[in-house]
Design a protein. Structure first.
Length: 137
């Protein structure tokens, strides 16, 4: 297979896998740490209206979803890529960083969470996913 095409496929599959992992973690989070009483978190508007009710524990699973989703997508992209494996992993991190930045802008969460999420959950996790993929053939 053409290496450029294989790298494009690697990024697409990485984004899909990372998104599935992210959504799975988000979906199970409410059964492990119930959302705050009196809030609707099923829509973006409801989540925005409820954000002031969130305690630090409510941010554990969103962070894990972002970090593990990015890590797994980057890992898969680096595993599939024909060349420039770390570059493909970092592309996944940038993709999810853009999505995370949009969420930060739209949701207006606490600054400590926004900073932690933006600084740790995306590019560093993509780097570690790429490193882990290249270390384990």
């Amino acid at each position: 297979m053409n290496p450029v095409l294989k790298n494009i496929i690697a990024v697409i599959v990485g984004v899909i896998v990372g998104s599935i992992v992210n959504m799975f973690i988000v979906m199970i989070s409410g059964s492990i740490i119930p959302p705050p009483e009196g809030g609707d978190i099923t829509t973006m508007d409801g989540l925005k209206e409820t954000m002031h009710l969130f305690e630090p524990k409510h941010f554990i699973f969103p962070f894990l979803a972002h970090a593990i989703g990015t890590f797994s997508g980057a890992f898969i992209a680096a595993k599939i890529a024909a060349s420039r494996k770390m570059t493909m992993a970092i592309i996944i991190g940038v993709f999810f960083l853009i999505g995370g930045s949009v969420n930060v802008y739209m949701l207006d969460g606490p600054i400590w969470f926004n900073a932690l999420d933006i600084l740790v959950a995306y590019i560093p996790m993509a780097y570690f996913g790429g490193k882990f993929a290249m270390k384990n053939p």
